[in-house]
Design a protein around this ligand. Structure first.
Ligand code: FPP
Length: 250
């Protein structure tokens, strides 16, 4: 079975498949608590969490969502114990290796977003190969944010734009929202219409700070390792019931 199997494992329930969000972003939280409740090491939660990401990406693809972006490792997560960081990096490596083998067959684009320069040379090379293969593929795209921080992303964009001005490639008055978006890691992606955070925490923790301006936020108590297609359905149904006005009136 491929990384993203085509097996239909769930019916969409009340989800209106004609009004799906194009882009869903997820803060996959609660792996540590899930493990602790079972008397397991935190790393066990991340292992199950990586499996759940595979299943949810497959489900989003089947449903017809175009982009799924997950927060796998923040710029702050380096503060965690070394064995936990190593386990997460190991899971990412395994995921990249599998993806490199199966993406073309499954027509899945996988991209890694964030400051990848802090990763090991091996992971950087695997991420580079994955991003390169993705550039030749059409269809569903899964984005994994790695060593990502929203403030860091905005600072980089500002620095990059300032450097372009200093070097005469553009003028400050030419900067508009579209152009600024082009300096972000998410260049080319539509903003997420729906951002989900699992495990009962209700904050963004620096995730997609520019891109979330008009996102609908959905928080649920389910811990990420327990998150299934039916939880995704609930989130999408809640999104479809929201009244999105973008600052206007109806
Ligand atoms: C948050 O739970 C989760 C993380 C910081 C890591 C997420 C990483 C993975 C799911 C594995 C690698 C991912 C892929 C895409 C292969 P937490 O540890 O903060 O949980 P807690 O709040 O209960 O302690």
């Amino acid at each position: 079975m491929g990384l993203f199997s085509k097996k239909k494992h769930h019916t969409a329930g009340q989800v209106d498949e004609n009004r799906l969000p194009r882009h869903i972003a997820v803060i996959m939280d609660g792996n540590g608590r899930w493990a602790k409740r079972r008397g397991l090491p935190r790393t066990a939660g991340h292992k199950v969490g990586a499996e759940v990401f595979r299943k949810i990406a497959t489900y989003c693809k089947e449903l017809g969502v175009e982009y799924l972006t997950v927060y796998a490792f923040s710029t702050e997560n380096w503060k965690r114990p070394a064995d936990e960081v190593n386990t997460i990096m190991g899971l990412l490596k395994q995921y990249m290796l599998e993806a490199i083998d199966s993406m073309e067959r499954d027509q899945i684009r996988l991209r890694f977003l964030g400051d990848l320069s802090a990763l090991s040379p091996e992971l950087q090379e695997l991420a580079r190969r994955t991003n390169e293969i993705s550039s030749h593929i059409q269809g569903f795209q899964a984005n994994v944010c790695l060593n990502y921080g929203g403030r860091d992303e905005l600072l980089r964009a500002a620095r990059h734009f300032a450097a372009d001005c200093v070097e005469g490639r553009c003028r400050p008055e030419e900067l508009d929202e579209e152009r600024f978006s082009g300096y972000l890691f998410t260049d080319g992606l539509p903003d997420p219409e729906l951002i989900i955070r699992t495990s009962g925490e209700e904050r963004l923790s620096g995730f997609l700070l520019w891109q979330c301006a008009y996102s609908e936020l959905y928080f649920c108590d389910t811990l990420w390792p327990d998150f299934g297609p039916e939880d995704m359905d609930r989130a999408i149904v809640a999104y479809q019931q929201r009244d999105r006005r973008f600052g206007g009136v109806k």
